[in-house]
Design a binder for this molecule. Sequence first.
Ligand code: GAL
Length: 652
Amino acid sequence: MKQFFFLIFTLLVGTSYADNIYLDELDTRFLLQDWGAPVVNQSIMRTPFQVAGKTFNRGIGTHSISRFLLNLEGKATAISGWVGADDRNDFTCNMEFKILADKKEVWSSGVVHKGMPAQAFRVSLKGVRKIALIVAEAGDGIMYDHADWLEVKIETSGKVTPEPVTPQNIVKEKYILTPQPGQSPKINSPKVFGARPGSPFIYNVATTGARPMKFSARSLPAGLILNEATGLITGTATQKGTYPIVVKAENSLGSDSITVRLEIGDKICLTPPMGWNSWNCWGLSVNEQKVKDAADVMNTYLINHGWTYVNIDDGWEAEKRDENGVLHGNAKFPDFKRLSDYVHSKGLKFGIYSSPGPTTCGGYQASYQHEKIDAETWAQWGVDYLKHDFCSYSQLTPSQTEAAIKAPYDVMRHALDGVDRDIVYCIGYGAPNVWNWAKAAGGNLWRTTRDITDEWNIVSAIGFFQDVCAEATAPGCYNDADMLVVGKLGLGWMDKVHDSYLTPDEQYSHVSLWCILSAPLLIGCDMSDMDDFTLNLLTNDEVLAVNQDPAVKPAHKILTQNGQIWWKPLEDGSFAVGFFNADPYFILWDQSQANKIQEKHYPMQLDVKQLGIEGKFKVRDLWRQQEVGEFKHAFRTNVPYHGVRFVKITPV
Ligand code: GAL
């Protein structure tokens, strides 16, 4: 609503100027960029502009992908200035500046990165009604694209009015696609599971269907037992090896059984972790009760679909370590063992958060020089997952070389290896190329991006560029594209708790894409306040099976008209394919078209040769869990604005 009044106000009153107008004089609130906020007369890092050693006094510091739509009323004659990648940046990443005039590209800088001299431009604008100033990413994702528009001047005899680039105030009703699970048993657990010999073993046979249910397992390795009533397998495996076990669930209406490959060896986390993290909803205000509530909800509604981890993010730590160097919880977390026992009693696993630096991102005590004692403490508490967030370690490594950043992660790896507990290790370092070294640092997952928020341009800026690192995906190794921004969120970003700002179609796209990417699925919302839409979004077993596919193959992206097609091969010889309506700039040139756009469907087509399929194939709609039919050579579908058609394609 706020945005709507702002738009009306601006259109009536106008942010308008005459004669020579500098870009930095315009209202930058309409400039939409995919990281941070635009800065006037400084770089995105709020430092004086500097490009290849040359300084500039005025302009706008922005970040890819950046779009600024300006209504010129046809009265401008030219735009001129300089562009460049700012020097004050830890990394050099590729970006491209562009000017579109009435939807056509009229100027481009070509690929630009840190160290290249600023580029001058002058473009005629005679007769042009609107221009869009774009900073696109250039093949390596948006990370660290610190882009400067410098001394940019528009020569005009009229006004220059910035306009919003995305449809304003469109409300689309939430709609549910996921069918209700049946009453007969259906096992949804991953078909592969890894554990180290000697570590406590926890594997839940996640099964939908009416209770009571009776579980059984054949060929369990020595040391493991199955609880026949709950389907929880616990104990401690003693011997290394590969154990195909057959688990079965029965009730009065039927039965289901699957073969699970137990890998008892060095590797854990053989499919992406699925769980909840406290940050996006509760921020630093997380407390014991909120974590217990999350565990209760997961146990009631989500566990049968494979959801497992209940993870506390920052904000649990005491102010000081005790005399033995042990870091306890603060007043909000009086007894971690009690809490972890509670989470485990619900058949779930328990996660915690720290940093290799002296303090966490939230300013709390962290693990620097206490890695061993922290790992031991967590093992005693029963921790199953660690998010180790870079944060203050950056102060200890002014030169951010890969070796310098990896070093403290090796230390924590070593500490975790020293305890008899399988702790999933998340390397929380959202920076370029983390995927090149995080595997060698023993990470099970690593943040490939900076923080996500619940805006479509941010979700797509993160998700649609994960092809850059996709090849690093393997069993036990995942690119972490950050938490799912569905449901009620906010405090982690200093916002109020609110319903995700993503439209229903955008939320379907978000979950589908994270599943194809084999990204960790970490719910970030208030679990005790999920509506039916959110719950259905998170409990579609055919969709989740794509995420949990045991082959864990990298995903691929195909750029096509009206969007992107993402696909990954699945273990059974079929393919998961998502058709996403996506436009990297998301510019709506005319707000009066906003409603029409939202209602539109966009045709997309895949020639299945691109997947290596010749001839006939079957298509199944994963969200609706329905067969679509048999096709030859190509599949054509219509996709809603910012939405997805998510299917499984099986060669016939
Ligand atoms: C950030 C991290 C967030 C959250 C926060 C806690 O660095 O990206 O996901 O963990 O720290 O302070």
